[in-house]
Design a protein around this ligand. Structure first.
Ligand SMILES: O=C(O)c1ccccc1N[C@@H]1O[C@H](COP(=O)(O)O)[C@@H](O)[C@H]1O
Length: 227
């Protein structure tokens, strides 16, 4: 199956267009005020209309209330909700049924023990996202450009598809895919020139590198299986 690529934290029409035209499957919008990528509702409405029908729109929230999510859904009209806080499996199920949208639940990973919640979340979420666990004193739980030990995911089987994130960039995404064989990748800091400022060339380079790595891995598998 083709690799799903998500470019997250988009804030301008120009970089949104670059991400979509370069082949991003998903474009992510952050609704978390402490983040330098956080969007207001009017910007979400404009960017949401611009992306409509061109790529899947993902709304990222952190422990948000139903009212906050409702306002975001009305403005952005997302195709998927990304829950990136301490939401429980019960909360994921509530959000999913209340808003009638697929939910991607982010799980913070630092050690093998961090994989155990998978079994609860893959019963209620449509997709999982593995991100590096943020340090205790971090001002946000993600978007920190921090990697984790990718070998923890090698050979991992999950009940729903997952995405890999955390410190990915054009220079390391091939290695990350070789080790994990993740069906999807998500990037924010690695395609920026400064926090919150996306770089068109880095977006293009990331998507190019991820697609090339995926194609090379597919070729390897077909060569092993044979005609
Ligand atoms: O991007 C943010 O500012 C952000 C804020 C709060 C939670 C998650 C956030 N971003 C997500 O974090 C991961 C990893 O990002 P990075 O590539 O390491 O910068 C990614 O899923 C973003 O969607």
């Amino acid at each position: 199956m083709a690799l799903t690529i998500k470019i997250c934290g988009l804030r301008t029409p120009e970089t949104l267009d670059v991400a979509i035209e370069s082949g991003a499957d998903q474009v992510g919008f952050v609704f978390f005020p402490p983040s330098p990528r956080s969007l207001g509702l009017e910007a979400a409405r404009l960017l949401g209309a611009r992306a409509q029908g061109r790529a899947q729109k993902v709304a990222l929230t952190v422990d948000a209330s139903n009212d906050a999510i409702a306002a975001i859904v009305a403005a952005l009209k997302p195709d998927m909700l990304q829950l990136h806080g301490n939401e429980t499996p019960e909360r994921v199920a509530v959000v999913r049924s209340r808003f009638g949208l697929p939910v991607m639940k982010a799980l913070p990973i630092a050690t093998r023990a961090d994989l155990s919640p998978i079994r609860e979340f893959d019963k209620v979420a449509d997709r999982l996202l593995f991100d590096a666990r943020a340090p205790q004193d971090a001002t946000r739980p993600g978007g920190l450009g921090k990697t984790f030990d990718w070998t923890l995911l090698a050979g991992l089987k999950t009940g729903v598809p997952y995405m890999l994130s955390g410190g990915l960039d054009a220079g390391n995404v091939a290695e990350a895919l070789r080790i994990t064989r993740a069906p999807g990748v998500d990037v924010s800091s690695g395609v920026e020139r400064a926090p919150g400022e996306k770089d068109p060339d880095r977006i293009r380079a990331f998507i190019r590198a991820a697609r090339a790595a995926d194609a090379a891995l597919d070729e390897k598998v077909s060569a092993k299986v044979g005609p």
